[in-house]
Ligand binder design. Structure first.
Ligand code: PMP
Ligand code: GLN
Length: 449
């Protein structure tokens, strides 16, 4: 009689002699440990790569978008007070779809702005940053084969989210109608006829981002109305990523597409406490829109994170309440932040021009695109391996000059990456002394042969 162990050994050795079975064994072992198909091709992230690069080379970091100065005291103090509050429940789980104090504050503010009553419990969802609001929106509304129209350059996570949900991104680029002299983000426009041609029976929706990352474009009423009319004609959703809603430079004005006639019903608007209160590490965001659309986001949210950090939501709520009380006044953070950033924007535009780049002056947000092609002979692009020139430029600059930017081709589809390659994206929500250092480093580099 064979023992159980030797029986197993003999079966295994017979199997191991059979190539077909070996292949099946290998396949099954590989497939169990491999990334699921829906994530394949979505594994590259400019943030993962460039944050690692910054850690290694320690450049002056004008790459990833975050302030290098203190957040407003009212919110940081509110957070400190919340964690040591006499109410022990402020450190425990809160309502899944949003901490009551925060959904009330968010609903109150946007009710006033949109001139309609938002129901805090059904028309607002609090999320782990705007990222999660985008994820819930896309996952909660996409069936396999649904098409999403995306304007290039786009905040890079839109595309993997659409693909992972089984959807199909359809792209339309913003193109510069002017390439010399002083260039404004208003000079980056989409072709209306090309946009029109993308809409069809399979279109689920369009994702817009205003003020725009990375171009800084603040979409005009005419552009938004054109998009709104197409959305109504084809009965599709609009996802409006408005994380930079308060960072708009005079005389431009942020227009919420949800405020246009007949648009609230089909629009999900997304915001970020990270951008609103200069606390990107807090990772609290929100989505607001009609209850029937928000319900689909709630279902994704409840089966993923279920609820977000209570003390951070409480502190953000206090921030909202305080800023809402001084809404529109010069000391309201929603007004003062853009005023504080304006000289930084202009300073960066000047030093980038002096160094030989051609910047696009943003109407909003805190990024600046700059065409670096005039400096190509000063850079040893051949020392870097990447397929796209802007990746080679930004990596070479990080390692050899000590200033980091982000390669804009990361914000384009494969077929349009060349449109981003002559540019670099720099972030200017930085201390004046750091912007000055960046200027000095670049000017010194320019002056040496
Ligand atoms: N959308 C855009 C356009 C962004 O630039 C960012 C980065 N802040 C996000 C969404 C994500 O925001 P959050 O950090 O709140 O997740
Ligand atoms: N939104 C920020 C940027 O564009 C941060 C992005 C990120 O860290 N994923 O720089």
């Amino acid at each position: 009689m064979l023992s159980k162990l030797s029986l197993l050994r003999s079966v295994t050795s017979v199997y191991s002699l059979t190539p077909a079975i070996k292949k099946i064994q290998n396949y099954s072992t590989m497939s169990k440990f491999d990334m699921p198909d829906r994530y394949r091709g979505n594994d590259k992230s400019v943030w993962v790569e460039y944050i690692q690069l910054a850690l290694k080379y320690k450049p002056l970091n004008l790459g990833q978008g975050f302030p290098d100065f203190y957040a407003p005291e009212n919110v940081t103090k509110a957070l400190a007070a919340t964690t040591t509050s006499e109410n022990p429940l402020l450190n425990q789980y809160t309502r899944g779809f949003g901490h009551p104090r925060l959904v009330n504050a968010v609903a109150k503010l946007y009710s006033k702005i949109l001139k309609r009553d938002l129901d805090p419990n059904n028309e607002v969802l609090i999320t782990a940053g705007a990222y999660e609001a985008l994820y819930d929106t896309i996952m909660g509304h996409t069936n396999p084969g649904d098409e999403w129209i995306i304007i290039e350059p786009f905040f890079d996570c839109y595309v993997p989210m659409v693909r992972i949900a089984g959807g199909v991104p359809r792209f339309i680029p913003l193109k510069q109608k002017k390439t010399s002299g002083i260039i404004s983000s208003a000079d980056w426009v989409f072709d209306k006829r090309a946009m029109e041609r993308l809409f069809n029976e399979k279109t689920k929706g369009i994702i817009i981002n205003t003020p725009h990352n990375p171009v800084g474009k603040v979409f005009t009423l005419d552009e938004l109305q054109f998009i709104a009319d197409l959305a109504k004609k084809w009965n599709v959703l609009v996802v409006s990523d408005e994380v930079y809603e308060w960072i708009v430079y005079e005389p431009y004005q942020h227009i919420r597409i949800a405020s246009l006639p007949g648009m609230y019903e089909r629009t999900i608007t997304i915001g970020s406490a990270g951008k609103t209160f200069s606390v990107t590490g807090w990772k609290i965001g929100w989505a607001y829109g009609p209850a029937n659309l928000l319900r689909n986001l709630q279902v994704v949210h409840q089966s993923m994170v279920y609820t977000c950090s209570t003390p951070i939501q409480e502190a953000v709520a206090i921030g909202f309440e305080e800023e809402s009380a001084r809404f529109g006044q010069p000391d309201c953070y929603f007004v003062s932040l853009a005023k504080e950033l304006l000289p930084k924007r202009d300073y960066m535009a000047k030093f980038l021009t002096d160094v030989g780049m051609s910047p696009t002056i943003p109407e909003g947000g805190y990024f600046m695109m700059a065409n670096w092609s005039g400096l190509e002979n000063k850079v040893k692009l051949e020392e870097e391996q990447d397929a796209n020139k802007d990746y080679r430029f930004t990596k070479w600059m990080t390692k050899n000059v000590g200033v980091q930017g982000i390669p804009p081709s990361a914000f384009y589809s494969e077929e349009h990456k060349h449109l981003g390659e002559d540019n670099v994206r720099y972030c200017f929500i930085k201390k004046d002394e750091n912007l000055q250092k960046a200027s000095e480093i670049l000017m010194k580099w320019k002056s040496c042969e």
